[in-house]
Each structure stands twice: as structure tokens, then as C-alpha cells.
Design a protein around this ligand. Sequence first.
Ligand SMILES: [Zn+2]
Length: 410
Amino acid sequence: MSGKACRSCGAALTTSFVDLGGQPISNAFRAVEQLSSPELFYPLRAMVCADCKLVQLEDTPPRDAHFHADYIYFSSFSNSWLDHACAYATAMIERFHLDGASRVVEIASNDGYLLRNFNARGIPSLGVEPSANVAAAARAQGVETREAFFGAQTALAMVGDGLSADLMPANNVLAHVPDLNDFVAGFRILLKPSGVATFEFPHLLPLIRNVYFDTIYHEHYSYFSLLALLPLLQRQGLEAFDVEKHSTHGGSLRLFVAPAGSDRPKADAIAHLIAEEKAAGLDDLATYASFKDKTYSAKRAILSLLCDLKEKGHAIAAYGAPAKGNTLLNFIGAKTDFIDYTVDRNPNKQGLFLPGTAIPVLPVEALVERRPDYVLILPWNLAREIMHEQSALCASGSRFIIPLPRSHIV
Ligand SMILES: [Zn+2]
């Protein structure tokens, strides 16, 4: 018993899903002068609700530990993600006939990388973003942005200002929300009766199937199956009418949601996905209870590969400094004893050190200069893009390590 209640339905949480040990906040990169001072670690454990099957963190660090002025994650640094955003805007404009009379309100709009696609087509947009410097970056590129945490109160204030929404994208934000019911209620308040919200989030099914334990981190409070999400929407007066699978983040869902009672036809994809989740045992607690042992087995496999390479005297670098990389490295306990350095395209991360492991972050060019024998790709979901970008390195003899789903060398 954890003594905690489910974030969605309120039932007591009794079943453990995973325990990744003590971990620092994955975006708490450190400067060189901080390396000799103590570092904060928080337990990273998840439970599953026996009633609604929502997987959720057991303990969460204080909210302001995540969102602060130094928040260094800017969306605009991955090409494949920018392409995904552009394709999203095109698809939504066509499907829902958006034009200059429509309004798009994006929740957690980051630096405006998505909304600028709507602006470019003359469709009015507004972003809602809690992080001050990220909101400022959005405004600097002409994306109107409200600095706020979204929920019922923010939505009511926006309605009070005469705003309403035809389309509300909420990409990769649902998992970050501490009060799910309040957050989802905000969509019901701000959406026009004919409006549509789209929620995009990493899908729990591939996480369990492929043991993507590294996609669990403190910033993500909840891990969703469609089975767990439908009752939450229903409770807040919303209903899902379609769902798409996307390859982003190792397997994501894009769920299309409308106010309850709307006349939108329900796509067969909803029933098909529910059937697939049930076939995979996502309605059975035993499926969740067996996950922890699978993470230990994955940890041993990655470590044994790294140990083998180090014993043979090879130099190993890493590519990327994503949140998932920090979960992975801290869980397996690999520091500069295994990984000499990592590289990242984001200049805000260069010159800093990874939280927990103190692995230095260098510019990407360092790979070609230093030519490591092996490069561990931390954002394995972008492995193809990265290996293509580094084809010259590959031609000079360096090889790549993909840590998950099964650790292997390419
Ligand atoms: Zn529940």
C-alpha cells in the first residue's frame, strides 16, 4: 500500500509497476562549478491503479523543480519533430476545415514550433505555456503566448476574455499534468461545441511490450493506455471519436476528442485499439506486476554489453542528452567509467554535465574530432536520423549502440 490515491479515479493505489531507484530531475543539468556540491535525487517509482489501470508515479518532486527559468528543453532542435508538427498542422487544417475565422489554442505550446505552422496559413492561434523563458522564445517568433499552467481556472479566465477554441492541440503534455481531472475539464470549458481537442502522448502498450523503462521519468506523472484514458474523458464531459498511432517517442497515440454528445461519428480505430490493449493484457493487473523484473533484465543486458566493450579497451561516447537518456544512465549506473562524454545539438546543454552521472555534454562535432569506437544512442527513437547524420563517422569505423528495445550494436 502506498497510501496514495489514483490521479484519475481516486481509488487507493496498491500495485507496484516499476522502481527505477533514486534519480535526479532529468533536466537538472549541472554546471562545472556545481559538480562538487550535493545533488538531489528523488525516488522514481510507478504504481498502477487496480480500478482504472492508470500507470502513475508514486512520488513526485515539487512542481517548481521541473518548470523554472532555466528550463532548457526547447522543442525546435529535432528535425523529425519539426516535420511531425508541420504534418500535424496540415492534416488538422484539412480534416477540420480550419480558416481565418477559426482559433487554435495549443496547451503547452513550448517555443511555438507547432503554432507557427498555423500562423503561416493565416489561422489565428494562441499558446498556453507555463515556462517563462520558453514563452518568451515563442513570442519572439510571433506566436502569441499566455504564460500559465492550464486547467479549469485558466480556461474560465480565457472564456472570460472572449476566447474559445476550434482546435486544441495538446502534444506530449498530458503525462506532465499533476491534476488530470482539472486539466481535462479545461478543454471542455474552452472548446466550442463543434471543437476538437487532440491529445498526443506516449502509448503505454509499446512501453510495456518493449520494456522502454527509460521513457519513465519524474516529469511524466502518468503513462496512458486508451483503456485508462477513456473514463477520465467521460468524467469530464468529453468523448474520444478517433485515434491514430504514431511512431514518435517509441510509439505514441493521437487521440481525437470532442465535447460529449457531439455528432461526430466514432471511428472503428477506437474499438480496435481497445481490443489490442486487452489482448496484450492491459486490463489485467498481472501484466503490470511482471514489468519490474523485465526492467532488471534489460538493465543487465545493456550493462553486460557495455562491460564487454570496456574490457576490450574500446572508447564509448553517447549521442544526445534527452530525459530518457538520463533515466537510462542513472538506472544502469553508467557514468564516465563507461561513457567518456555525450554530444547534443542543443547549445543550451553543451558545456554542462548530465544530472546524476556527471557525463560532459559536448557539441556534436566532437564525435568526428575524437572518433570514439562506439556511440551509445540515447534518443533511440531518433536512431535512424542520427546514424544518417553521422554517416561520415560510421565510414571512419565507429559503430552505434542502440540500448532498447534489445541492446545491440549497429
Ligand atoms: Zn484509477
